[in-house]
Write a protein that binds this ligand. Sequence first.
Ligand code: PLP
Length: 490
Amino acid sequence: MGNESRNVLKPMDSEQLREYGHRLIDFIADYYKTIESFPVLSQVQPGYLHKLLPDIAPDHPETMDQVLDDVRAKILPGVTHWQSPSFFAYYPANSSVAGFLGEMLSAGLGIMGFSWITSPAATELEMIVLDWLAKLLNLPEQFLSKGNGGGVIQGSSSEAILVVLIAARNKVLRNVRQNALEKLVVYSSDQTHSAFQKTCQIVGIHPENCRVLETDASTNYALRPGLLQEAVSQDLEAGLIPFFLCATVGTTSSAATDPLAELGKIANSNDMWFHVDAAYAESACICPEYRQYIDGVETTDSFSMSAHKWFLTNFDCSLLWVKDQDSLTEALSTNPEYLKNKASQANLVVDFKDWQIPLGRSFRSLKLWMVLRLYGSEALKNYIRNHIKLAKDFEQLVSEDPNFEIVTPRIFSLVCFRLVPAKNDEKKCNNRNRKLLDAVNSSGKLFISHTALSGKIVLRCAIGAPLTEEKHVKEAWKVIQDEASFLLHK
Ligand code: PLP
């Protein structure tokens, strides 16, 4: 045998997978067991990894031991531990045993599910699981796959917004003149995620036609229907075409929830597409006591939630439901010869390639299916309720300390708070809160993030990591209080 054949790569060696796979699972299980020993927020300096890794890729195979040693010594120091029980920044990005195993199974099967024919189970399971979740959320029947609606998994909330914005643009331009793009107007609030601005840039909505409606503390930063109505009327008078409203349930800054029913009335009566971004908060709406926050969902054309935030499903898994699947496929479908097949040509099946931007798609429904099956909806509801209770406890602790105040009332598991200003000096107060944020996060003991509301720097404690327990919340508060007292007495 020559050297060449001895060097032939065997990348699908089952026995190697068994051996390495067991070791990697052990590695990850140990990581979870010891996750509290790491600083939650990585403390490395920019460029640290360049100093530790070679400039060129290896010519010859290295061992799994060598790789894992490097993960321990060089990669983990540069990891911010999103699964740490003391991770309270942004919104959570849940991992779980079920979600993780589902992701692994998807990687193992290694399919591309762009057309039904390319893996019928991938398309059909996705439809079934999205219907399951729609029923858990008590969504109107129009969002179920048996009619003209249905759900689809996108990679992110941004992609979900992008595809519906494209569908809405396509629909309105078909109904009016094709060259009316410069007349199309979109509406959102100043609390809407920046993903919406980005999607408008991509879709070619003129920046001067993006109405960013102001919110304030009087509505807890929810969009006021009156303001929307006014803006729409002015635009109509000016000969413009209002065509898209993006509302939010659970804004990123403060978990504000826009009043869907009232906004929906305005959108519907003006023939606008109404999308709701409920990336974080929608998970809570599987609990009957939180379902009220999506009341009015029947007036929407589409809405999305990210199961990878607070629903134990590993990234990426953003769920998008639409009432009218034709509007998506009319805007996004292509039919090249090389993808033609009998099932698609006969219109017997859904091809999810026509509901999204990329062609390729992995078997993402497996992880959501495993989460729903291995945990069951009752345990999932209690999982959510427990985080909300922990947030309520944290809110109570904050409100008992005269140095702090709660900035907006808590609804779900996000607490917005800050050090109170001394002598009404808001500027100094903002500086103090920034300093407190830095001090807390550089302790490595927890990680919180911040936002600005009406010019105030606000600290955010978002509870929702799968390993978080009462003791972690209490410890976090103690660190915040200690750092605050150090700052205030300096
Ligand atoms: N919408 C809301 C309400 C969010 O909180 C976020 C991220 O936190 C996004 C959209 C953007 O999410 P993605 O990264 O999935 O596009």
